[in-house]
Design a protein around this ligand. Structure first.
Ligand code: M6R
Length: 369
């Protein structure tokens, strides 16, 4: 049942290219139009939206953080992202022109469900992104976009995460299209890049041997830090979460620019720091900023594990370990950069002798608040 893999998690990591392809399937017309057929909100409802809230927990929250960058950039409406467990306790301001996007693999997470109910009481329109047909969250939502990741068995979310990202991108592009903010050819250009990501990821997955070796090397580290900017920031948080939940190690993700406001004091000789470097194309400024953050931590003795885009040759000079991922437009990059971090956490956990699929103290779906 594990298809020849030692763990469900490894099987599910390997299934990610197909899961992305399946989530895209049938959602894109030949002309490049985006068809969200399970979304029962009218185009007019979506044109009336003046604010988006994205609410989720854990890994799904990290997908939501990426979505915020994409939605604000493409759709040009304010988009907030919040942890479901915090959302309703701060009396958020919602009304019928608010679109609330809830993201949940299981569709049963109690915190997310409670946030959804709160939003509905305030008359917001609720759109769910969910991997489990017929579960409670999509049933209580106004509309649902199902991710077609297939059942996820391992407690650590992997293929659900990348398919959630795809669903978020589709929603962002759909909103931009029907609101006339992006031209059809701009949408088509992103869509054609999205369509290439399964192949890009398949290729990336064939060369993860170095990451496995690195994992064996890092298994005794007392902490591992992760830094990133822009969409690389949620990827850093996700890398740290995976490591905590699977390897039971101290790990923390930071926005790279925040280092000098405190966390840089943590860096000691040999502290491993995983650095997610943005693409040099398009937003080169962002990439250069991360490169200078890498230099800062290195100057203080950090051992740098750098995840960068193929072709960014210069970055090798700052990397103790370099992991190159296929080129993608900046906003789509988490579909690539998150994957070596999943493998790193899985392999470190295995090297430490943990039950990768069933980490202690955790359940696959968290049905209590
Ligand atoms: O089923 P959900 O997406 O609502 O679950 C949310 C979190 O509990 C989940 O993503 C959790 O953080 C994962 N175990 C992370 O790998």
């Amino acid at each position: 049942e594990k298809g020849g893999y030692d763990y469900f998690m490894l099987k599910e990591i390997a299934e990610q290219p197909q899961a992305i392809a399946d989530t895209l399937l049938g959602r894109l017309s030949e002309r490049g139009d985006i068809v969200l057929d399970e979304v029962r909100l009218t185009d007019q409802d979506l044109r009336d939206v003046d604010k988006v809230f994205i609410v989720a927990c854990g890994t799904s929250y990290h997908a939501g953080m990426v979505a915020k960058y994409a939605i604000e950039h493409w759709v040009r409406i304010p988009c907030e992202v919040e942890l479901a467990s915090e959302f309703r306790y701060r009396d958020p301001i919602l009304d019928r022109s608010t679109l609330m996007i809830v993201i949940s693999q299981s569709g049963e997470t109690m915190d997310t469900l409670m946030a959804l109910r709160h939003a509905k009481e305030q008359k917001a329109r609720v759109l769910a992104i969910c991997n489990t047909n017929g579960s409670t969250i999509p049933r209580e939502s106004d509309a649902v976009l199902y991710t077609h990741g297939g059942p996820e068995i391992a407690v650590a979310s992997t293929k659900a995460f990348v398919t959630q990202l795809v669903a978020c991108y589709l929603i962002g592009l759909h909103l931009a299209q029907i609101r006339g903010v992006m031209y059809a050819d701009e949408v088509a250009a992103v869509v054609s890049r999205l369509r290439r990501t399964p192949d890009n990821l398949r290729e990336l997955l064939t060369r993860m041997e170095d990451v496995r070796e690195l994992a064996r090397d890092l298994k005794t580290a007392s902490t591992i830090l992760f830094i990133g900017r822009h969409v690389g920031f949620p990827v850093a948080l996700e890398g740290a979460l995976k490591l905590k939940e699977l390897a039971y190690m101290h790990a923390e993700g930071f926005a790279a620019g925040e280092l000098k406001h405190g966390p840089i004091a943590l860096i000691d000789k040999g502290t491993p720091v995983v650095c997610v470097v943005p693409s040099p194309a398009g937003r080169g400024v962002l990439r250069d900023k991360v490169v200078s953050n890498i230099q800062e931590v290195r100057a203080r003795g950090a051992r740098t594990i750098v995840i960068a885009e193929e072709g960014d040759d210069e970055v090798a000079a700052y990397a103790d370990h370099l992991i190159l991922v296929p080129r993608t437009p900046t906003l789509l990059a988490p579909l690539m950069t998150a994957v070596p971090l999943q493998i790193l956490a899985c392999e470190i956990a295995a090297a430490r002798g943990h039950d990768v699929d069933q980490p202690r103290n955790l359940a696959k779906s968290v049905t209590v608040e």
